[in-house]
Design a protein around this ligand. Structure first.
Ligand code: ADP
Length: 157
């Protein structure tokens, strides 16, 4: 049985993330999606709201579980017994940072990171753009799960 950990900010989860989660759910026995604290990003939603949105967006996937975590990815991976960390890649610009993080995590705990490339149709999606777009009245309903669009509307009016 192979269990993978897919960590991220997910502030909020969007269709690019969901595509990675759905692919991972086909490839692996168990997928644990974890919304994490990221001190480098100015977020909108609390961890428990992000967790709730992830739960709503993945309830159709029986081998996916969702949780929140304030700490190191490698510590969570050890706690849940993950075989691999999973990351999505949009473009070369993601790769540089993700490669360094993967090497750091491997040096720290021996765990390997696997990468899944996004489809070209969702490679432009990023939570930051979703937040900015909504803040100024843009329509993001085709880019996020329905429950996220609803919560974004509630948040920004
Ligand atoms: P964002 O960059 O949208 O704020 P996160 O920091 O929550 O997203 O990213 C969590 C993981 O999902 C990272 O591995 C990131 O590279 C990946 N990811 C983010 N957006 C996409 C996308 N559109 N397609 C594929 N992977 C993505």
């Amino acid at each position: 049985m192979t269990r993978v950990l897919y960590p991220g900010s997910f502030d909020p989860v969007h269709n690019g993330h969901l595509e990675i989660i759905e692919t991972a759910a086909k490839l692996f026995d168990e997928v644990v999606v974890a919304t994490m604290v990221n001190t480098a990003k100015d977020g909108v939603f609390d961890l428990d709201e992000r967790e709730a949105m992830l739960q709503e967006a993945t309830e159709h996937l029986r081998n996916v579980t969702v949780r929140m975590f304030a700490g190191l990815v490698v510590d969570l991976a050890a706690e849940i017994g993950a075989d691999f960390i999973l990351k999505g890649l949009r473009a070369v610009s993601d790769f540089e940072n993700e490669l360094q993080m993967a090497q750091m995590n491997n040096a720290a705990s021996g765990i390997h990171t696997l990468f899944i490339p996004s489809a070209s149709s969702s490679s432009f999606l990023a939570s930051k753009f979703i937040r900015d777009f909504t803040r100024f009245g843009g329509d993001i309903s085709k880019m996020v799960p329905a429950s996220v669009a609803r919560r974004m509307r509630e948040r920004y009016g």
